[in-house]
Every structure is written in structure tokens, then in C-alpha cells.
Design a protein around this ligand. Sequence first.
Ligand code: ATP
Length: 201
Amino acid sequence: MTFIVGLTGGIGSGKSAAATLFEEFGAAVVDTDAIAHELTAPGGTAIAPIRAAFGDEVVAPNGALDRAAMRRKVFTDAQAKGRLEAILHPMIRAEADRRSAAARAPYVVLVVPLLVESGGYRSRVQRIAVVDCPEAVQVARVMSRSGLSAEEARAIMAAQVGREARLAVADDVIDNGGELAALRPQIEALHRRYLEMAAVS
Ligand code: ATP
């Protein structure tokens, strides 16, 4: 059985930075956000069911999901978000399963931003690693990366589970409250442990 580590953390915590390092050390990385983007890109397999559910107006001329149009729908129709997720989430999980099973690496790092919030992933992973940093640091990173205001960054964070709840389910905590350089030795140490765990799983 493939040994799978679920990697999660709040917005801007440093999941991508951590995943990149795991990949450098030799893990296979499966990223659910990347899968979601592929499914909704031009020609993506989620486009047909999304078009059938919401109409042509949520599909851009190039055949990709029109995210702005979809956001407007979700804003005006309370059930639209749930319907969209009912289409997308099973497809994302199925593709994540497929990629994890096909991985040719000692273990898989499955990046799931909302791992704690979404029940479907807890049973798929043998271990949960949480990238952690103070919320003020998260806000600052999100602002500098995306040009969002502090209020917008905090609004996104408010829709996610809080820092304590995430830490409560963590088997391993990756401290990314400091310099980026401080990540590497932590990931290297975890990589060694995961290799050992994968070998006996
Ligand atoms: P998201 O949930 O938004 O996809 P993420 O958890 O994957 O975010 P990253 O994309 O890895 O987070 O990092 C967010 C931003 O913060 C990036 O611009 C990244 O370069 C920067 N960053 C990450 N870690 C650090 C650090 N230790 N010091 C300074 N900047 C950092």
C-alpha cells in the first residue's frame, strides 16, 4: 500500500514551499489544488458536468471554468457552492487516488488545503503534517503575494478552520513562522521518518 502523508495548513502558511522540498528529497507530491485547476481548465473533465449544472454562462470562450461568473452564481445562489463541490470534490478525490496509486516514489505527499475541514481525506492518509505559522504572518504573506488587503486575507482565513483546530489533528508540525531557510532541515528530518514509516507500512 502506498504510504500517504497529508500535508495541510492555512492559506499562505507555506504548503507549496514545504511540498517543493519534499519533492526535492524524493517524495511524490500530489496537489489537490493543481488537480482542481486541471479539471476546470480548457478541455478539463469537470467542464461538461459543470456546464450541464450551471449553464453556458459559467464556461469561458476558451472552454475553461469562468471563475468570476461562477463566483457571482455562488454569491447569488446559496446552493450553488454545494452543487459545484458535489461535482468537483469526488472528481478531485478520484484523481488524487489515481495519482497516489501510480506514484513511483517511496511515499506520497498529498497536499490538501482543507484537509481538516473536508472529511474525505482523513481516511486516505496515514499521517497528517501541518505547516504552521502565526496568523499575523499568514496575513502578511497573503497580502504581499496576492495584493489582497488585510481584511480580505482575514476573511479567507475566517472561512478556514483555525490554527488550533489544525494543530489538534497534526501528527507532525512544520514550523514556518521563520525564515524560509528554516524549512529545509525540518523537511529533511520528516523525510527520513517517512521513509522509515513507508518501509514498514
Ligand atoms: P496557499 O494556501 O495560498 O496556496 P501555501 O500554504 O501553499 O499558500 P506558499 O505558496 O508556500 O503557501 O507560501 C505563501 C507565500 O509566502 C509565497 O509567496 C511564499 O514565497 C511565501 N513564503 C512561504 N514561506 C515563507 C517564509 N518562511 N518566509 C517568507 N516567505 C515565505
